[in-house]
Structure formats: C-alpha cells, structure tokens
Design a protein around this ligand. Structure first.
Ligand code: ATP
Ligand code: MG
Length: 258
C-alpha cells in the first residue's frame, strides 16, 4: 500500500457522485473553526473555557494535555454529541451549534471517528463491521462489496475479513475501526486516543496509516498522550490545560507538565 493508492481511492457514498474535497459556501479553506467556545457540565469547573481554534483543510493536528483538560469534550463538540455553553463551532461549512437535530446524521457523514476502545461489533466479522458504516448511509450492496475490500487493504487487513474482533490483536482491531471510520470517505477524521490501548509497534503502525491518510487530503485531529510519537512526527501540536489552549505550534512537541 502506498500513499498514491490511498489518494486515488474513490469510494462511493451512495450519492452516485464521486467525492472530492468540498469547498464551503464562502470558498474558504477552513475545515474546523471554534470561536470562544466554552462547555460547562452541570458540576465542576468548565471543561472548556473560551477556546478558539482554526484547522485548515488537509491539516494534521495533535491535541495533547493532562487528563481532564477537555480534549474529549472538544471532540464531542465537533461531533455535535454535545453543544457548547457558549461560542461558535463550524465544521466543513456547517454551523454545528445551530444544526437542526434532523440534520445531524447527514452532518456526521463528514466525520470519521476512532476511539481508544475500538468499539467494534463483537458478533460481526471484520467485513461486516466495516460494511455496517456503509449500510447505514444506504450505499448499494454492489458498491459495498467493492469499497470494503479496498479500505481493508489500505489498513493491511485484506486477509482477515472473516475474522471476529476477538480473533484479532489490539492493533488489528484498531485498524478495523480505522477502516470503518474511513470507508465512507469523510473529509475529516477525529481520533480520541487511537493508540491508548496499543503497544509501541502497533501505535506507530496506526500513526503511519494516519499520516498516509492525511497525505491523501483528509483533515485529521488526533488526541493523544503518546509523547514519543508527538515529538517524532513534527506535526502541529495544540496543548490544552484546564480547558484553555495554552500552546499551538507548527511542528511542535509534547510540552512537559510543570
Ligand atoms: N459527562 C460529564 N459530566 C460532568 N463532567 C464531565 C463529563 N464529561 C467530562 N467531564 C469533566 O470535564 C473535564 C474534561 O473532561 P474530558 O473528558 O474532556 O477530559 P480529557 O482531556 O479528554 O481527559 P483524558 O485525557 O483523561 O481523556 C473533566 O474535569 C471531567 O471530569
Ligand atoms: Mg479523553
């Protein structure tokens, strides 16, 4: 597998149209924008407190910070799993805060998500776990049969399509989750500690895949505690502390806590 193959993927999303990078209404290259976003849960200090962030199309951004600093809250706000207490959020041209409930499923097609705990369907095999993401958006079976093997070979699992999750290693399960997040060819991929349950070798393999997927044009945000990977990859690094962005650096590193 090489970058070109990933870049040339033309997966159908059931609309009958090929997916190309979509320009937002104003033609801007912004993919994700937060303006003065705050989120308070019913208890405790605000999880996010006046966060502003801009991510352009095609960027790769690490989000780092202590446990409890607000990283997962940020991811949930981008997915519209939560709404902010205050502020504006725009994702691929959508006004996420004002989005009508009935429009949420269509909005979420813009975003692939990978979590630390894989979240695979235990009683379904690898093929079915990935195909499921296409079925819910009603991609025709004929196209699913073409798309699923294509994305499984991108993540290096073409030979394991019949295996159930419990027959796979942690690294392989995470690659299934990645294939499922990517099969609908979303312009954005959000990863919340995608290597949190993996050993160093598998962690690097997932990061290598994310890097290739990013080079094919997908905008990627990765929440991680993996200091070694962040320091080695030389990507943009946004550091969150107690709900505030305290640093945002191109080719940054993992900032040591005081
Ligand atoms: N559903 C909730 N109800 C109340 N408080 C919450 C809820 N979810 C998160 N919090 C609080 O909000 C703050 C931020 O949590 P969040 O999960 O965003 O942190 P995080 O940076 O992802 O941490 P970790 O690295 O441990 O995953 C924490 O103080 C947490 O206790
Ligand atoms: Mg978290």
């Amino acid at each position: 597998m090489n970058i070109k193959q990933v870049g040339e993927r033309e997966l159908s999303t059931g609309s009958g149209k090929k997916r190309t990078a979509k320009k937002s209404v104003n033609g801007s290259s912004d993919m994700i924008t937060l303006r003065n976003v705050s989120k308070s849960y019913s208890t405790g200090a605000p999880a996010l407190n006046g966060v502003s962030l801009n991510v352009k199309k095609g960027e790769f951004v690490f989000i780092v910070g202590d446990s409890g600093s607000g990283k997962s809250t940020l991811i949930k706000l981008l997915l519209r799993e939560l709404t902010p207490t205050d502020g504006e959020i725009s994702v691929n041209g959508y006004d996420v805060v004002r989005l009508k409930r009935r429009k949420i499923p269509k909005f979420r097609r813009n975003i692939g998500v990978v979590f630390q705990d894989f979240r695979l369907l235990k009683d379904r095999n690898v093929y079915e776990n990935v195909a499921f993401a296409q079925r819910i958006i009603q991609v025709p079976t004929r196209e699913i049969r073409r798309n699923v093997p294509a994305i499984l070979s991108v993540v290096g699992l073409a030979g394991k399509y019949k295996a159930k999750p419990k027959q796979l290693s942690g690294g392989e399960q995470q690659r299934v989750a990645l294939a499922r997040a990517l099969v609908n060819n979303p312009p954005i991929l959000l990863c919340d500690e995608p290597t949190g349950n993996l050993d160093p070798k598998n962690s690097w393999e997932i990061m290598r895949l994310l890097d290739e997927i990013n080079k094919s044009g997908t905008t990627i945000l990765v929440v991680t505690h993996n200091r070694e990977i962040v320091n080695a990859m030389q990507k943009r690094v946004v550091t969150v502390k107690k709900g505030i962005i305290v640093s945002d650096e191109e080719k940054g590193g993992y900032i040591d806590e005081d």
